[in-house]
Design a protein around this ligand. Structure first.
Ligand SMILES: Nc1ncnc2c1ncn2[C@@H]1O[C@H](COP(=O)(O)OP(=O)(O)OP(=O)(O)O)[C@@H](O)[C@H]1O
Ligand SMILES: [Mg+2]
Length: 244
């Protein structure tokens, strides 16, 4: 996939803050009193075992679920109060939410119309994620990795300041993972922020600036990667010790 150069964007407001964020589903406490703030210009990895509450937290941050208590703010406001949300936040939570009969290009064009973004941006993003040649094919013929890349293109339509990605490397081949890492690092290098969840600790250790580790809905550790002596090994050891 191709790289793109971007102008520096810095916002004075904290990118994302969760304060005592809690979500219950009947007897399950999916997210339990989470408090954290994200630094602009960094990539933050959200880690934790299956069912730890990562996706639920991302949904709360994006206004896709209501907190039982506590607050989730994006650029100082609840997501739904953002004036131009797709220019502030791009998100990919799962790979399955495409109309399977629609082409990749038409999927992005529909999003572009809703977001008042020109179709030239659609072509630019198709090229960026290397889907130009497949753009006319129905999404049902796409591989998992192609769907992930189409999802990422959709998240980037509004040239947002914050990217929220749930397991973005899942389904990408090694070249795709390598590209994604470089892309996210360049993106954050322009003062923007990335929050991504992942289970692939070795990849996370190479990509992110800091990690938040969740277990049973609670934040159990927050670390900067540059504080860890041998990041890939140290991160795995820390994760296994804390989530055992
Ligand atoms: N809509 C829902 N209704 C009921 N329970 C839910 C709902 N969504 C999530 N949960 C529960 O909340 C908990 C946290 O789920 P969540 O999907 O946030 O975990 P996760 O950390 O993303 O896990 P994974 O690594 O498997 O993606 C789980 O116990 C899950 O069963
Ligand atoms: Mg999840």
């Amino acid at each position: 996939m191709r790289s793109g150069s971007r102008p520096l964007k810095i916002s004075g407001v904290p990118t994302l803050t969760a304060t005592n964020l809690t979500k219950r589903y009947r007897e399950v406490v999916a997210v339990d009193g989470l408090t954290f703030a994200l630094e602009p210009g960094s990539i933050i990895g959200f880690l934790g075992p299956n069912g730890a509450g990562k996706t639920t937290t991302l949904r709360l941050l994006l206004g896709l679920a209501e907190p039982t208590s506590g607050t989730a703010l994006v650029f100082g406001r609840p997501y739904r109060m953002l004036e131009d949300p797709c220019r502030r936040v791009g998100a990919v939570l799962e790979s399955g939410d495409f109309d399977p009969g629609r082409s990749g290009r038409n999927h992005l064009r529909a999003l572009a119309l809703a977001a008042k973004v020109g179709f030239d941006r659609v072509e630019e993003l198709l090229a960026l994620v290397e889907l130009s040649d497949a753009a006319a094919r129905p999404v049902r013929t796409y591989s998992l990795g192609m769907r992930r890349r189409l999802g990422l293109a959709g998240a980037l339509l509004g040239d947002p300041d914050l990217l929220v990605l749930d397991e973005p490397a899942n389904g990408l081949d090694p070249a795709g993972v390598h590209w994604l890492r470089g892309f996210l690092q360049r993106f954050a290098g322009t003062g923007r922020t990335v929050l991504l969840s992942s289970h692939v600790l070795a990849e996370v250790a190479q990509t992110v600036d800091s990690v938040l580790i969740l277990s049973r809905g609670r934040l159990i550790a927050e670390r900067r990667i540059d504080e860890l002596p041998d990041p890939a090994r140290a991160l795995e050891a820390l994760y296994l010790e804390l989530t055992a």
